[in-house]
Design a protein around this ligand. Structure first.
Ligand code: FAD
Length: 366
């Protein structure tokens, strides 16, 4: 007969027992507090799974650094990213989602229940995981960028725009984020120049129309930033640029550099454990299943195509529904049964993960 924790779930036996700790086995732990994480939290909470969400260092994820979200259905007037995150959190907590302000440093997936370790020194066990770790800004990787971050180099106009009141700034990039944030910066800066490597924008037409109509916004076409410089005060004073067509080099004087050149998936936890695509996204099937039974993925950590709040929310919902289904099957069949579920998704030419490989650490719920 298994021992039970305060929430009625069995206590883990295994590696952590040796350390004298017996954490309660959570039904599901959601990692990440972006839109997909909150949605997974809402659905699993409403399914009475008593879920736990671990926020990560970037509370609210990318949307929380977004000045205005106009394309999330149900909010015709638009709303700020932080407000949207707050509403998602309140709604999920209303149904019982528990939230930990912590950052996951390791997940152990070659045993079940899985283990989750955090920067605050916590160790959790969970029957299922929903990975919602999203993406982070891509760096230019040019001299001066790292040293001057926080001293004029920024990846968040909403956070830092205020500090550039009456100043000159450049924005690097040509997609939706670059144009949207460039437009936002015109509220503070005296001049905003968008430096783009091509001669046309990738941004949506509606944003382009607004950008071209804005007097404070200019474009520097066919240029890449090759270095960021500082003045005697240690703050950004200008950038070196290079023409992508002619190779001609030049300088731009400016007080701030806002960089929006794409994102990279936050996959540090997954290397060597999960199937990743060539860009480092988790590979999940249409039911959000990763290659490890009981572990699901949602949002930009697995989606490199759509990358929107609305799509991340949809994926979070789907992952939660799958986790609920997995837990129901686990209850009746044990982890062994679930592992050998013929509906599971083996990679082409591969057998499903062998339960035997996990040996005695794999536990049922007897
Ligand atoms: C400037 C900007 C403007 C945007 N504007 C819009 C818009 O107007 N409309 C729109 O639809 N989309 C917009 N987007 C895109 C949208 O924000 C993203 O698609 C969405 O946030 C992705 O959600 P996500 O759930 O995948 O996670 P993310 O938002 O990427 O969040 C990832 C979460 O994972 C957490 N995390 C990472 N690693 C760990 C770890 N080891 N342990 C614990 N937690 C971890 C982070 O703390 C974070 O909370 C914008 C993005 C940016 C950057």
């Amino acid at each position: 007969m298994a021992e039970h924790g305060s929430n009625g779930t069995p206590l883990v036996r295994g590696a952590i027992e040796q350390e004298g700790q017996l954490p309660t086995v959570e039904n599901t732990i959601i990692i990440g507090s972006g839109p997909s994480g909150w949605t997974a939290g809402l659905y699993t909470a409403r399914a009475n799974l008593n879920p736990l969400l671990i926020t990560g260092n970037d509370f609210g994820g990318q949307v929380s650094i977004t000045y205005e979200v106009e394309n999330y259905p149900g909010f015709p007037e638009g709303l700020s990213g932080p407000e949207l995150v707050d509403r998602m959190k309140v709604q999920a907590e209303k149904f019982g989602l528990r939230v930990e302000y912590d950052h996951v440093t390791e997940i152990v997936v070659d045993r079940h229940p899985f283990l989750v370790r955090t920067a605050n020194g916590q160790e959790y066990a969970a029957k299922s995981l929903i990975l919602c770790t999203g993406a982070s800004p891509r760096y230019l990787n040019v001299p001066g960028e790292k040293e001057l971050t926080g001293k004029g180099v920024s990846y968040c106009a909403t956070c830092d725009g205020f500090f550039f009141r009456g100043k000159d700034v450049i924005v690097v990039g040509g997609g939706d984020s670059a144009v949207e944030e460039g437009l936002f910066l015109t509220k503070f800066a005296s001049r905003v120049r968008i430096v783009h490597r091509r001669d046309q924008l990738r941004a949506s037409k509606i944003l382009q129309t607004r950008a071209f109509a804005n007097d404070k916004l200019d474009f520097v076409w066919n240029k890449v930033v090759t270095a960021i410089h500082h003045g005697e005060d240690g703050k950004v004073s200008g950038v070196s640029i290079e023409d992508t067509v002619t190779g001609e080099k030049g300088e731009l004087k400016t007080d701030g550099v806002f960089i929006f050149v794409g994102h990279v998936p936050n996959n540090a936890l997954y290397h060597g454990k999960f199937d990743l695509d060539e860009d480092g996204h988790l590979i999940a099937d249409t039911r959000m299943r990763t290659n490890i039974p009981g572990i699901f993925a949602a949002g930009e950590i697995m989606d490199k195509v759509f990358k929107q709040v609305a799509t991340s929310v949809g994926q979070g919902c789907a992952a939660a529904m799958q986790a609920e289904k997995f837990l129901a099957e686990l209850d009746s069949e044990g982890y062994e049964g679930v592992q050998h579920d013929p509906r599971r998704w083996p990679k082409p030419g591969q057998q499903p993960l062998e339960l035997a490989a996990h040996g005695p650490e794999v536990r049922g719920w007897e």
